[in-house]
Design a protein around this ligand. Sequence first.
Ligand SMILES: *Cc1c(COP(=O)(O)O)cnc(C)c1O
Length: 465
Amino acid sequence: MESTRKITLSENEIPTHWYNIVADMPNKPLPPLNPGTHEPIGPEALAPLFPMELIMQEVSQERWVEIPDEVREVYKIWRPTPMFRATGLEKALGTSAKIYYKYEGVSPSGSHKPNTAVPQAYYNMKEGVKRITTETGAGQWGSALSFACQMFGIECDVYMVRISFDQKPYRKMMMQTWGANVYPSPSERTNAGRQILAQDPDTPGSLGIAISEAVEMAAMHDDTKYSLGSVLNHVLMHQTIIGQEAIKQLEKAGADMPDYVFAPFGGGSNFAGLALPFIHKNLTEGTNIRCIASEPTSAPKLTRGIFRYDFGDTVGMTPLIPMYTLGHTYVPAKIHAGGLRYHGAGAVVSQLLADELISAEAIDQLETFEAGITFAKAEGIIPAPEANHAIASVIRAANQANAAGTSPTILFNLCGHGNFDMLAYEDYFAGKLQKHEMTQAEVNAAVEKVDTPTISSVQAMLAQM
Ligand SMILES: *Cc1c(COP(=O)(O)O)cnc(C)c1O
Protein backbone atom coordinates (compact mmCIF):
# COMPACT_ATOMS: atom_id res chain seq x y z
CA MET A 1 0.00 0.00 0.00
CA GLU A 2 1.23 3.48 -0.82
CA SER A 3 1.79 5.72 2.14
CA THR A 4 1.98 9.50 2.30
CA ARG A 5 5.47 10.87 2.44
CA LYS A 6 5.01 14.63 2.09
CA ILE A 7 2.10 16.44 3.72
CA THR A 8 1.49 19.90 2.29
CA LEU A 9 -0.95 22.73 2.96
CA SER A 10 -2.11 25.46 0.60
CA GLU A 11 -1.24 29.17 0.92
CA ASN A 12 -4.57 30.03 2.46
CA GLU A 13 -3.75 27.68 5.34
CA ILE A 14 -0.83 29.83 6.52
CA PRO A 15 -1.83 30.69 10.10
CA THR A 16 -3.55 34.05 10.57
CA HIS A 17 -2.35 34.56 14.18
CA TRP A 18 0.72 33.92 16.26
CA TYR A 19 0.14 32.01 19.51
CA ASN A 20 1.21 33.74 22.71
CA ILE A 21 1.57 31.06 25.38
CA VAL A 22 1.97 33.67 28.14
CA ALA A 23 -1.85 33.88 28.16
CA ASP A 24 -2.07 30.21 29.15
CA MET A 25 0.97 29.79 31.40
CA PRO A 26 0.11 28.85 35.00
CA ASN A 27 3.12 30.92 36.17
CA LYS A 28 3.86 33.95 33.99
CA PRO A 29 7.50 34.72 33.23
CA LEU A 30 8.94 37.27 35.68
CA PRO A 31 9.66 40.75 34.27
CA PRO A 32 13.03 41.85 32.91
CA LEU A 33 15.13 44.03 35.26
CA ASN A 34 17.18 47.16 34.67
CA PRO A 35 20.82 45.98 34.56
CA GLY A 36 21.95 48.82 36.86
CA THR A 37 19.16 49.33 39.41
CA HIS A 38 17.70 45.78 39.31
CA GLU A 39 14.20 47.35 39.21
CA PRO A 40 11.62 45.87 36.82
CA ILE A 41 11.73 47.75 33.53
CA GLY A 42 8.70 48.94 31.59
CA PRO A 43 8.20 48.97 27.84
CA GLU A 44 9.57 52.55 27.51
CA ALA A 45 13.08 51.38 28.49
CA LEU A 46 13.25 49.29 25.31
CA ALA A 47 12.05 52.09 23.00
CA PRO A 48 15.52 53.21 21.80
CA LEU A 49 16.20 49.69 20.50
CA PHE A 50 12.91 48.25 19.23
CA PRO A 51 9.78 49.55 17.45
CA MET A 52 6.76 50.00 19.74
CA GLU A 53 4.68 47.19 18.19
CA LEU A 54 7.38 44.62 18.97
CA ILE A 55 7.73 45.98 22.51
CA MET A 56 3.98 45.62 23.01
CA GLN A 57 4.17 42.05 21.70
CA GLU A 58 7.05 41.40 24.10
CA VAL A 59 4.84 42.20 27.10
CA SER A 60 1.51 41.06 25.61
CA GLN A 61 -0.81 38.73 27.54
CA GLU A 62 -3.16 38.31 24.56
CA ARG A 63 -3.48 34.67 23.46
CA TRP A 64 -3.62 35.28 19.70
CA VAL A 65 -1.84 38.12 17.88
CA GLU A 66 -2.96 38.81 14.33
CA ILE A 67 -0.37 38.41 11.57
CA PRO A 68 -0.47 41.43 9.21
CA ASP A 69 -1.46 40.65 5.60
CA GLU A 70 1.84 42.11 4.29
CA VAL A 71 3.76 39.62 6.47
CA ARG A 72 1.62 36.66 5.34
CA GLU A 73 2.23 37.79 1.76
CA VAL A 74 6.01 37.39 2.25
CA TYR A 75 5.52 34.13 4.20
CA LYS A 76 3.89 32.78 1.01
CA ILE A 77 7.36 32.62 -0.63
CA TRP A 78 8.07 29.45 1.39
CA ARG A 79 5.10 28.77 3.67
CA PRO A 80 3.33 26.59 4.56
CA THR A 81 6.46 24.48 4.91
CA PRO A 82 6.17 20.76 4.16
CA MET A 83 5.88 18.03 6.76
CA PHE A 84 7.36 14.65 5.95
CA ARG A 85 6.72 11.16 7.24
CA ALA A 86 10.30 9.92 7.67
CA THR A 87 9.63 6.54 6.08
CA GLY A 88 13.28 6.26 4.98
CA LEU A 89 14.56 6.87 8.48
CA GLU A 90 11.99 4.52 10.02
CA LYS A 91 13.21 1.80 7.67
CA ALA A 92 16.88 2.52 8.32
CA LEU A 93 16.27 2.28 12.06
CA GLY A 94 13.96 -0.71 11.79
CA THR A 95 11.70 1.05 14.23
CA SER A 96 8.05 0.62 15.07
CA ALA A 97 7.83 4.35 15.87
CA LYS A 98 6.08 6.68 13.42
CA ILE A 99 8.41 9.59 12.72
CA TYR A 100 7.38 12.93 11.21
CA TYR A 101 9.37 16.09 10.66
CA LYS A 102 8.54 19.68 9.84
CA TYR A 103 11.05 21.10 7.34
CA GLU A 104 11.94 24.79 7.80
CA GLY A 105 14.96 24.61 5.47
CA VAL A 106 12.79 25.64 2.48
CA SER A 107 12.94 29.33 3.47
CA PRO A 108 15.14 31.64 1.35
CA SER A 109 17.94 31.67 3.92
CA GLY A 110 17.53 27.97 4.74
CA SER A 111 16.22 27.95 8.32
CA HIS A 112 13.29 28.95 10.53
CA LYS A 113 14.80 32.39 11.25
CA PRO A 114 12.94 34.35 8.51
CA ASN A 115 9.67 33.52 10.35
CA THR A 116 10.58 36.28 12.83
CA ALA A 117 12.92 38.37 10.66
CA VAL A 118 10.05 39.21 8.29
CA PRO A 119 7.60 40.58 10.90
CA GLN A 120 10.44 42.38 12.67
CA ALA A 121 11.47 44.16 9.46
CA TYR A 122 7.80 44.90 8.70
CA TYR A 123 7.04 46.60 12.04
CA ASN A 124 10.25 48.64 11.80
CA MET A 125 9.28 49.78 8.30
CA LYS A 126 5.76 50.70 9.50
CA GLU A 127 7.22 52.90 12.24
CA GLY A 128 9.51 54.75 9.83
CA VAL A 129 12.77 53.08 10.80
CA LYS A 130 15.37 53.43 8.03
CA ARG A 131 17.96 50.90 9.16
CA ILE A 132 18.17 47.79 11.35
CA THR A 133 21.42 46.68 12.96
CA THR A 134 22.21 43.23 14.22
CA GLU A 135 25.07 40.87 15.03
CA THR A 136 25.70 37.48 13.51
CA GLY A 137 28.13 34.67 14.24
CA ALA A 138 28.22 32.14 11.43
CA GLY A 139 25.53 34.07 9.56
CA GLN A 140 22.16 32.29 9.91
CA TRP A 141 20.47 35.21 11.62
CA GLY A 142 22.24 37.89 9.59
CA SER A 143 21.16 36.29 6.33
CA ALA A 144 17.53 35.92 7.47
CA LEU A 145 17.35 39.57 8.52
CA SER A 146 19.08 40.76 5.33
CA PHE A 147 16.43 38.98 3.26
CA ALA A 148 13.59 40.38 5.40
CA CYS A 149 14.88 43.97 5.26
CA GLN A 150 15.16 43.72 1.48
CA MET A 151 11.48 42.67 1.32
CA PHE A 152 10.43 45.91 3.04
CA GLY A 153 12.99 48.32 1.61
CA ILE A 154 14.98 49.07 4.72
CA GLU A 155 18.73 49.02 5.19
CA CYS A 156 20.38 46.25 7.16
CA ASP A 157 23.78 46.58 8.87
CA VAL A 158 25.19 43.28 10.07
CA TYR A 159 28.15 43.14 12.46
CA MET A 160 29.69 39.76 11.72
CA VAL A 161 32.23 38.18 14.07
CA ARG A 162 35.57 38.76 12.32
CA ILE A 163 36.74 35.14 12.26
CA SER A 164 33.48 34.03 10.60
CA PHE A 165 33.64 37.00 8.20
CA ASP A 166 37.07 35.76 7.06
CA GLN A 167 36.51 31.99 7.22
CA LYS A 168 32.84 31.52 6.29
CA PRO A 169 32.36 33.74 3.25
CA TYR A 170 29.21 32.22 1.74
CA ARG A 171 26.67 33.55 4.20
CA LYS A 172 28.35 36.95 4.01
CA MET A 173 27.78 36.87 0.25
CA MET A 174 24.13 35.89 0.76
CA MET A 175 23.67 38.93 2.97
CA GLN A 176 25.34 41.16 0.38
CA THR A 177 23.18 39.66 -2.37
CA TRP A 178 20.12 40.78 -0.39
CA GLY A 179 21.63 44.26 -0.13
CA ALA A 180 22.91 44.26 3.45
CA ASN A 181 26.08 45.99 4.63
CA VAL A 182 28.24 43.41 6.37
CA TYR A 183 31.02 44.68 8.67
CA PRO A 184 33.65 42.50 10.29
CA SER A 185 33.41 43.00 14.06
CA PRO A 186 35.13 44.63 15.85
CA SER A 187 34.95 47.52 13.37
CA GLU A 188 36.20 51.11 13.31
CA ARG A 189 32.57 52.30 13.05
CA THR A 190 31.72 52.23 16.77
CA ASN A 191 33.26 53.27 20.09
CA ALA A 192 33.05 49.68 21.31
CA GLY A 193 34.82 48.38 18.20
CA ARG A 194 37.54 51.08 18.20
CA GLN A 195 38.32 50.41 21.86
CA ILE A 196 38.80 46.69 21.31
CA LEU A 197 40.87 47.22 18.15
CA ALA A 198 43.16 49.66 19.99
CA GLN A 199 43.91 46.95 22.56
CA ASP A 200 44.12 44.03 20.15
CA PRO A 201 44.21 44.83 16.42
CA ASP A 202 44.25 41.12 15.47
CA THR A 203 41.31 40.00 17.61
CA PRO A 204 39.07 37.28 16.05
CA GLY A 205 36.05 39.11 17.50
CA SER A 206 33.16 37.58 19.45
CA LEU A 207 29.38 37.62 19.45
CA GLY A 208 29.46 39.79 22.59
CA ILE A 209 31.52 42.48 20.85
CA ALA A 210 29.32 42.34 17.75
CA ILE A 211 26.19 42.81 19.92
CA SER A 212 27.81 45.84 21.56
CA GLU A 213 28.51 47.38 18.17
CA ALA A 214 25.00 46.74 16.78
CA VAL A 215 23.30 48.04 19.95
CA GLU A 216 25.52 51.15 20.06
CA MET A 217 24.62 52.09 16.49
CA ALA A 218 20.89 51.67 17.21
CA ALA A 219 21.05 53.64 20.46
CA MET A 220 22.98 56.52 18.80
CA HIS A 221 20.75 57.01 15.74
CA ASP A 222 17.05 57.95 15.77
CA ASP A 223 16.35 56.28 12.44
CA THR A 224 18.07 53.00 13.43
CA LYS A 225 16.81 50.09 15.55
CA TYR A 226 18.25 46.80 16.68
CA SER A 227 16.97 43.28 16.16
CA LEU A 228 17.43 39.89 17.84
CA GLY A 229 16.85 36.46 16.32
CA SER A 230 16.02 34.35 19.40
CA VAL A 231 15.36 34.37 23.18
CA LEU A 232 12.84 37.26 23.41
CA ASN A 233 9.11 36.55 23.89
CA HIS A 234 8.04 38.17 20.60
CA VAL A 235 10.63 36.16 18.64
CA LEU A 236 9.40 32.87 20.12
CA MET A 237 5.80 33.89 19.42
CA HIS A 238 6.51 34.61 15.73
CA GLN A 239 7.84 31.08 15.34
CA THR A 240 4.58 29.44 16.52
CA ILE A 241 3.35 29.28 12.92
CA ILE A 242 5.56 26.15 12.67
CA GLY A 243 3.63 24.19 15.29
CA GLN A 244 0.23 25.47 14.15
CA GLU A 245 0.91 24.24 10.62
CA ALA A 246 2.24 20.95 12.00
CA ILE A 247 -1.00 20.28 13.89
CA LYS A 248 -3.04 20.86 10.71
CA GLN A 249 -0.71 18.59 8.74
CA LEU A 250 -0.91 15.72 11.26
CA GLU A 251 -4.70 16.01 11.20
CA LYS A 252 -4.70 16.05 7.40
CA ALA A 253 -2.54 12.90 7.35
CA GLY A 254 -4.92 11.21 9.77
CA ALA A 255 -2.03 10.80 12.20
CA ASP A 256 -2.27 10.75 15.98
CA MET A 257 -1.07 13.76 17.91
CA PRO A 258 2.58 13.07 18.74
CA ASP A 259 3.73 11.35 21.91
CA TYR A 260 7.05 13.20 21.59
CA VAL A 261 8.02 16.54 20.03
CA PHE A 262 11.75 17.23 19.67
CA ALA A 263 13.65 20.33 18.54
CA PRO A 264 17.23 21.57 18.92
CA PHE A 265 17.72 24.34 21.46
CA GLY A 266 19.96 27.43 21.22
CA GLY A 267 17.98 30.32 22.71
CA GLY A 268 14.67 28.54 22.27
CA SER A 269 13.00 29.98 19.16
CA ASN A 270 12.69 26.96 16.86
CA PHE A 271 11.88 24.70 19.82
CA ALA A 272 9.18 27.10 21.00
CA GLY A 273 7.92 27.54 17.45
CA LEU A 274 7.18 23.85 17.06
CA ALA A 275 6.35 22.95 20.67
CA LEU A 276 4.20 25.80 22.04
CA PRO A 277 1.07 25.03 19.98
CA PHE A 278 1.29 21.43 21.28
CA ILE A 279 1.74 22.66 24.86
CA HIS A 280 -1.38 24.77 24.24
CA LYS A 281 -3.20 21.48 23.60
CA ASN A 282 -1.74 20.01 26.79
CA LEU A 283 -2.88 23.04 28.79
CA THR A 284 -6.36 23.39 27.29
CA GLU A 285 -7.34 19.92 26.00
CA GLY A 286 -5.66 17.67 28.53
CA THR A 287 -3.35 15.93 26.04
CA ASN A 288 0.01 14.64 27.23
CA ILE A 289 2.42 15.54 24.42
CA ARG A 290 5.98 15.45 25.72
CA CYS A 291 8.02 18.36 24.31
CA ILE A 292 11.76 17.83 24.67
CA ALA A 293 14.57 20.27 23.83
CA SER A 294 17.87 18.82 22.54
CA GLU A 295 20.90 20.82 23.61
CA PRO A 296 24.65 20.19 23.23
CA THR A 297 26.59 18.65 26.13
CA SER A 298 29.07 21.52 25.66
CA ALA A 299 26.41 24.19 26.44
CA PRO A 300 23.90 22.38 28.68
CA LYS A 301 22.01 25.34 30.18
CA LEU A 302 18.66 23.53 30.41
CA THR A 303 19.91 20.25 31.88
CA ARG A 304 22.76 21.57 34.06
CA GLY A 305 22.42 25.35 34.32
CA ILE A 306 20.72 27.36 37.08
CA PHE A 307 17.38 29.23 36.92
CA ARG A 308 18.33 32.78 37.77
CA TYR A 309 18.32 36.34 36.43
CA ASP A 310 21.17 36.85 33.96
CA PHE A 311 22.26 39.11 31.12
CA GLY A 312 21.36 38.22 27.54
CA ASP A 313 24.81 39.20 26.27
CA THR A 314 28.34 38.34 27.33
CA VAL A 315 29.27 41.94 28.12
CA GLY A 316 26.42 42.56 30.59
CA MET A 317 24.59 45.46 28.90
CA THR A 318 21.13 43.99 28.22
CA PRO A 319 18.25 43.91 30.70
CA LEU A 320 18.42 41.02 33.18
CA ILE A 321 16.15 38.15 32.14
CA PRO A 322 14.95 35.18 34.26
CA MET A 323 16.60 32.26 32.48
CA TYR A 324 18.23 28.89 32.72
CA THR A 325 21.85 29.92 32.33
CA LEU A 326 25.45 28.81 32.57
CA GLY A 327 26.43 32.42 33.33
CA HIS A 328 26.71 35.19 30.75
CA THR A 329 30.51 35.09 30.81
CA TYR A 330 30.60 31.37 29.99
CA VAL A 331 32.05 30.74 26.52
CA PRO A 332 30.95 27.31 25.22
CA ALA A 333 33.45 25.14 23.35
CA LYS A 334 33.63 25.75 19.62
CA ILE A 335 31.31 22.96 18.51
CA HIS A 336 30.02 23.06 14.94
CA ALA A 337 26.40 23.74 15.87
CA GLY A 338 27.12 27.49 16.12
CA GLY A 339 23.45 28.32 16.72
CA LEU A 340 23.42 26.33 19.96
CA ARG A 341 26.49 27.98 21.52
CA TYR A 342 24.56 30.32 23.78
CA HIS A 343 24.76 30.57 27.57
CA GLY A 344 21.07 31.03 28.36
CA ALA A 345 17.46 30.30 27.41
CA GLY A 346 14.51 32.62 26.78
CA ALA A 347 12.28 33.59 29.76
CA VAL A 348 9.17 31.79 28.48
CA VAL A 349 10.87 28.44 27.82
CA SER A 350 12.81 28.77 31.10
CA GLN A 351 9.59 29.19 33.10
CA LEU A 352 8.00 26.25 31.24
CA LEU A 353 11.00 24.10 32.15
CA ALA A 354 10.91 25.21 35.79
CA ASP A 355 7.21 24.21 35.85
CA GLU A 356 8.03 20.86 34.19
CA LEU A 357 5.76 21.58 31.21
CA ILE A 358 8.72 20.81 28.90
CA SER A 359 11.91 18.80 29.39
CA ALA A 360 15.40 18.69 27.94
CA GLU A 361 18.27 16.36 27.16
CA ALA A 362 21.90 17.03 26.26
CA ILE A 363 23.68 15.24 23.42
CA ASP A 364 27.33 15.10 22.44
CA GLN A 365 28.27 16.43 19.00
CA LEU A 366 29.74 13.15 17.72
CA GLU A 367 26.41 11.41 18.30
CA THR A 368 24.61 14.30 16.59
CA PHE A 369 26.70 14.08 13.41
CA GLU A 370 26.27 10.29 13.26
CA ALA A 371 22.52 10.88 13.54
CA GLY A 372 22.58 13.62 10.89
CA ILE A 373 24.40 11.39 8.41
CA THR A 374 22.02 8.48 9.07
CA PHE A 375 19.19 10.92 8.37
CA ALA A 376 20.74 12.34 5.20
CA LYS A 377 21.29 8.85 3.79
CA ALA A 378 17.72 7.81 4.57
CA GLU A 379 15.82 11.03 3.76
CA GLY A 380 18.09 12.92 1.36
CA ILE A 381 18.12 16.30 3.08
CA ILE A 382 21.43 17.24 4.73
CA PRO A 383 20.51 18.78 8.09
CA ALA A 384 22.02 21.85 9.74
CA PRO A 385 24.39 20.76 12.55
CA GLU A 386 21.95 22.28 15.05
CA ALA A 387 19.11 20.10 13.76
CA ASN A 388 21.30 17.02 14.16
CA HIS A 389 20.74 17.32 17.92
CA ALA A 390 17.00 16.77 17.53
CA ILE A 391 17.61 13.90 15.10
CA ALA A 392 19.89 12.21 17.65
CA SER A 393 17.12 12.55 20.26
CA VAL A 394 14.60 11.06 17.83
CA ILE A 395 16.87 8.08 17.13
CA ARG A 396 17.29 7.49 20.86
CA ALA A 397 13.51 7.61 21.37
CA ALA A 398 12.87 5.30 18.42
CA ASN A 399 15.38 2.76 19.71
CA GLN A 400 13.84 2.92 23.19
CA ALA A 401 10.41 2.31 21.64
CA ASN A 402 11.74 -0.80 19.91
CA ALA A 403 13.22 -2.09 23.15
CA ALA A 404 9.93 -1.44 24.95
CA GLY A 405 7.80 -2.87 22.13
CA THR A 406 5.83 0.37 21.69
CA SER A 407 5.10 2.42 18.56
CA PRO A 408 4.92 6.09 19.56
CA THR A 409 4.36 8.98 17.15
CA ILE A 410 7.38 11.27 17.10
CA LEU A 411 7.61 14.73 15.53
CA PHE A 412 10.72 16.87 15.23
CA ASN A 413 11.81 20.18 13.78
CA LEU A 414 14.25 19.98 10.89
CA CYS A 415 14.86 23.67 11.43
CA GLY A 416 17.40 24.16 8.64
CA HIS A 417 19.47 22.51 5.94
CA GLY A 418 23.22 22.12 6.23
CA ASN A 419 24.23 23.11 2.71
CA PHE A 420 26.40 25.96 4.00
CA ASP A 421 27.82 23.85 6.82
CA MET A 422 29.77 21.31 4.81
CA LEU A 423 33.04 22.26 6.53
CA ALA A 424 31.53 20.84 9.72
CA TYR A 425 30.72 17.59 7.94
CA GLU A 426 34.23 17.59 6.46
CA ASP A 427 35.69 17.78 9.96
CA TYR A 428 33.47 14.90 11.04
CA PHE A 429 34.59 12.72 8.12
CA ALA A 430 38.24 13.63 8.79
CA GLY A 431 37.82 12.39 12.38
CA LYS A 432 38.51 15.88 13.73
CA LEU A 433 35.31 16.26 15.75
CA GLN A 434 35.89 15.80 19.45
CA LYS A 435 33.41 14.59 22.03
CA HIS A 436 32.81 17.48 24.33
CA GLU A 437 30.97 17.47 27.62
CA MET A 438 31.30 20.09 30.36
CA THR A 439 32.75 18.55 33.51
CA GLN A 440 30.94 19.11 36.81
CA ALA A 441 33.85 21.33 37.90
CA GLU A 442 33.40 23.47 34.78
CA VAL A 443 29.64 23.76 35.35
CA ASN A 444 30.22 24.73 38.99
CA ALA A 445 32.88 27.29 38.07
CA ALA A 446 30.61 28.80 35.40
CA VAL A 447 27.47 29.14 37.53
CA GLU A 448 29.37 30.29 40.65
CA LYS A 449 30.32 33.45 38.75
CA VAL A 450 26.67 34.45 38.39
CA ASP A 451 26.11 37.25 40.91
CA THR A 452 22.87 38.68 39.52
CA PRO A 453 19.54 38.62 41.45
CA THR A 454 17.97 35.26 42.24
CA ILE A 455 14.43 34.36 41.15
CA SER A 456 13.22 34.19 44.77
CA SER A 457 14.69 37.59 45.70
CA VAL A 458 12.85 39.20 42.77
CA GLN A 459 9.62 37.36 43.63
CA ALA A 460 9.90 38.73 47.16
CA MET A 461 10.53 42.27 45.85
CA LEU A 462 7.54 42.05 43.48
CA ALA A 463 5.28 40.82 46.30
CA GLN A 464 6.03 44.04 48.21
CA MET A 465 5.35 46.38 45.27
C1 LIG B 1 19.85 29.91 15.00
C2 LIG B 1 19.58 28.49 14.78
C3 LIG B 1 19.28 27.61 15.86
C4 LIG B 1 19.28 28.02 17.31
O1 LIG B 1 18.43 29.03 17.68
P1 LIG B 1 17.01 28.80 18.40
O2 LIG B 1 16.56 30.17 18.72
O3 LIG B 1 17.22 27.95 19.61
O4 LIG B 1 16.15 28.14 17.40
C5 LIG B 1 19.02 26.29 15.57
N1 LIG B 1 19.04 25.84 14.31
C6 LIG B 1 19.31 26.63 13.26
C7 LIG B 1 19.32 26.03 11.88
C8 LIG B 1 19.60 27.98 13.46
O5 LIG B 1 19.86 28.77 12.42
